[in-house]
Design a protein around this ligand. Structure first.
Ligand SMILES: *[C@@H]1O[C@H](CO)[C@@H](O)[C@H](O)[C@H]1NC(C)=O
Ligand SMILES: *[C@@H]1O[C@H](CO)[C@@H](O)[C@H](O)[C@H]1NC(C)=O
Ligand SMILES: *[C@@H]1O[C@H](CO)[C@@H](O)[C@H](O)[C@H]1NC(C)=O
Ligand SMILES: *[C@@H]1O[C@H](CO)[C@@H](O)[C@H](O)[C@H]1NC(C)=O
Ligand SMILES: *[C@@H]1O[C@H](CO)[C@@H](O)[C@H](O)[C@H]1NC(C)=O
Ligand SMILES: *[C@@H]1O[C@H](CO)[C@@H](O)[C@H](O)[C@H]1NC(C)=O
Length: 426
């Protein structure tokens, strides 16, 4: 059911071709009432062990390349890569601010709990099979259809690439899928029974919850979000994320709100912008600056909760690194180490979205791993290479707003009207 507010919004967009819209019907008004009618709040968790983090970024870049350019060859970025990052659970669990997770259940009765990575750049749900987990990857939980009364056979094969050159392979299955108190019936998902052992061993998630739009769902599988709407589990086709990055508040990774928004989690009004590429959560950003230096105009940016950092085209990264005093030699595992003591004096990065400025301060974009500070900006390609190919041109055209960006702003994803809403976090 579309709310009257959303219909109004749609009409505004259609009639006036408005590029962006700032909407503020709160505090006590329409927005808060509508947004909360039928929705669920899930907590995100985080892990406190800071060791394995640095090696994990390469695998994310590999994954991103695959997502953005699936037809291209997919060699690892700059040599061998360590696979995947650690994880934590349920109230958006957060792994060292590199990934965010929730807890969910497969089947009925609700006995099979798993930890799922929250990913906005894919649109499928998948989980390891219990058989595979037991045999090859004992630290993980998996799905066992024989323990569910609601399982329905599907059997079509399913393959997905993630963070490694080998596919994850398995088959499709259909069952009840529960997040928070939303029991989604007849959800079809991938059950993975073959995966690179390195991925499985190094990662902390048992599967992935893809929150992209249906256009990018593999095998045309109905997405969990679309099923929630179709089954009336949530009223509004939206979800929102509030990501907590405060290291001294370790148990709290933030929240994922399915079907809802929460005006108490952001300041001012949400600025809405239409998607520029439907499928991904991709928009046209008016401009990005570091200090007084412009990094781009009308740039394309994709929101990806499955990427830790902000991925930047090479020309912009060179300017950023210059401003941050980073030399190419301070690159480690594909990311740039920064002197912690200089962090507070670094310039802000200002992103103009819908004619409004959104500011990232050094404390937003410098990650501190127990005294090792890492710049929140990295590139997909090797920016020190002088050679330019079609491919690097493509890679040089998109910004990917990963968890560093999610950490600074409250984000709303509207898959009905195909909009993103953004506001500073409280
Ligand atoms: C953190 O992780 C590392 C690598 O897996 C492990 O060796 C270490 O024991 C862990 N530390 C704690 C406190 O759990
Ligand atoms: C999530 O965190 C909140 C506050 O920390 C807590 O009250 C709640 O029980 C947690 N929810 C779950 C499902 O663990
Ligand atoms: C996997 O291990 C769990 C826990 O020991 C067990 O309950 C489950 O039946 C096993 N699954 C399979 C398919 O063997
Ligand atoms: C789920 O599938 C079963 C069997 O095909 C069907 O009877 C039922 O109506 C479906 N439920 C929903 C909510 O789609
Ligand atoms: C981080 O969390 C701690 C503990 O909850 C709190 O005291 C502190 O104010 C928080 N810091 C920020 C910047 O919010
Ligand atoms: C980074 O973390 C270390 C230890 O966790 C702390 O002592 C230091 O003050 C932090 N530096 C910054 C710039 O936050």
């Amino acid at each position: 059911m579309q709310s009257s507010k959303q219909l109004g919004l749609a009409m505004t967009l259609t009639l006036t071709l408005t590029f962006a819209l700032i909407l503020c019907l709160s505090p006590s008004g329409v927005e808060s009432r509508i947004r909360w009618r039928k929705s669920v709040q899930l907590s995100l968790h985080r892990e406190t062990n800071h060791t394995k983090v640095l090696g994990s970024f390469r695998s994310q870049k590999w994954r991103l390349k695959n997502i953005l350019f699936p037809t291209k060859d997919t060699e690892a970025v700059g040599g061998s890569f360590a696979v995947t990052k650690p994880v934590s659970r349920d109230n958006l669990t957060n792994s060292h601010n590199t990934e965010y997770y929730i807890k969910a259940y497969f089947g009925q009765p609700k006995t099979q709990q798993v930890t799922l990575l929250v990913d906005t750049a894919s649109a499928n749900l998948w989980v390891y099979s219990s058989d595979f987990a037991n045999k090859s990857c004992a630290k993980h939980n998996g799905y066992d259809e024989s323990k569910s009364q609601t399982h329905q056979q599907n059997g079509a094969s399913f393959a997905i690439q993630y963070a490694s050159q080998s596919d994850l392979n398995g088959f499709l299955s259909t069952d009840t899928f529960t997040v928070g108190d939303l029991a989604v019936k007849n959800q079809t998902f991938g059950v993975i029974n073959s995966a690179p052992l390195s991925l499985c061993k190094r990662s902390n998630f048992d599967g992935i919850l893809g929150l992209g739009l249906s256009q990018i769902a593999l095998d045309g599988v109905t997405t969990p979000l679309d099923n929630m709407i179709a089954q009336g589990l949530i009223d509004d086709p939206i979800y929102s994320m509030y990501v907590n990055r405060n290291d001294s508040d370790a148990s709290n990774g933030g929240v994922l709100l399915l079907g809802g928004s929460d005006p108490t989690l952001y300041r001012g009004c949400l600025t809405y912008v239409p998607l520029s590429k439907v499928g991904f959560w991709q928009i046209t950003v008016g401009g990005i600056k570091i200090g007084s230096k412009t990094l781009c105009h009308n740039c394309q940016a994709m929101f990806d909760a499955g990427t830790s950092l902000i991925i930047v085209p090479c020309p912009a990264l060179k300017v950023i690194n210059n401003k941050l005093g980073i030399k190419e030699s301070s690159k480690r595992d594909g990311v740039y180490i920064i002197d912690c003591s200089k962090a507070s004096s670094l310039p802000n990065v200002v992103v103009n979205i819908g004619w409004k400025d959104f500011t990232l301060t050094p404390s937003d974009y410098v990650l501190n791993y127990s005294g090792t500070c890492v710049s929140g900006f990295a590139s997909l390609s090797d920016c020190s290479a002088e050679t330019s190919s079609d491919r690097s041109d493509e890679l040089n055209n998109i910004w990917v707003f990963g968890d560093v960006f999610f950490g600074a702003f409250f984000l709303l994803f509207d898959f009905g009207l195909k909009l993103i809403g953004i506001a500073p976090k409280v």
